[in-house]
Design a protein around this ligand. Structure first.
Ligand code: FPP
Length: 247
């Protein structure tokens, strides 16, 4: 049952039939900034604000899981100034969100290799992850230093190590067992994956988990992505027929 029904969008979206899990590739920050003659870092700052708006809206309407792609394993190739700005935005966001997370019982988790983060930020991610583990509100998963292939390789290594230790039998491995070795262990697969900014690529995002996800693309750049844009994506999702390989 939806927690809140926005009036303006009621005609388009059935708020009683929402995807449980929405995943978003937050793309187009750089182009948004360039069009305004601003540095790329200003685009990321605007993108972080959009993330805040969309996460708050998802929580209001009753989405159970929201996963966002904030920084990929390939994004280290960007100029140091840009990488530092994104890391700084994550830190700012975490510090500003702790209170709201506590109030709304939001669970915040990270998918990705956080070892590479500066120690202070790493400690903050562990702290926010830990304090929210037992909350029962929406779960937000931030993919940071995340790559879908990297995630699968890490899972394969972990499983292989258990086999080598005699704890697991490779012949008995099921898809469900393997899912338990991924960063997303215990999280249902995304129902809807959204990519703004006109790109038609998956870009190493949730490769295993999005096997049966519905995709939604829009030309709107992430900093301009609004609640109305999310409503359009939800309405499109509701118009799809999910067959999971059946008829
Ligand atoms: C992709 O746009 C965006 C990123 C690589 C960074 C996304 C980061 C944030 C929104 C801020 C930090 C996150 C949180 C959770 C607070 P792009 O730079 O590739 O854009 P372009 O394709 O137009 O160049």
């Amino acid at each position: 049952m939806a927690l809140f029904k926005p009036k303006a969008a009621q005609a388009q979206v059935d708020f009683d039939y929402l995807p449980r899990h929405v995943a978003i590739i937050m793309d187009g920050n750089g182009r948004w900034a360039k069009r305004r003659g601003l540095p790329r870092t200003a685009g990321h700052a605007a993108g972080a604000e959009t993330f805040r708006t969309i996460a708050t809206y998802c929580q209001k309407i009753g989405i159970e899981y929201l996963t966002v792609y904030a920084f990929s394993t390939e994004n280290w190739k960007r100029p140091l100034e840009e990488v530092s700005a994104i890391i700084g935005l994550l830190k700012k966001y975490l510090l500003e969100s702790i209170e709201k997370m506590e109030r709304d019982k939001i669970r915040l988790h990270f998918f990705g290799d956080l070892e590479a983060l500066p120690p202070e930020l790493r400690e903050l991610t562990v702290r926010t992850d830990d304090i929210s583990t037992h909350y029962d509100g929406m779960q937000v998963n931030v993919c940071f230093n995340y790559g879908g292939r990297d995630e699968i390789v890490r899972a394969a290594r972990a499983f292989a190590a258990e086999c080598a230790a005699g704890k697991k039998d490779p012949a008995q491995l099921t898809e469900a067992d393997f899912s338990g070795y991924l960063y997303s262990a215990g999280v249902p697969d995304p129902d809807l994956v959204i990519r703004p900014s006109g790109e038609l690529r998956i870009s190493n995002f949730l490769l295993w988990q999005s096997a049966y996800a519905e995709f939604y693309y829009t030309d709107v750049l992430w900093p301009d992505f609004s609640k109305e844009e999310l409503n359009k994506a939800l309405a499109a999702y509701q118009g799809r027929s999910r067959r999971y390989g059946g008829v």
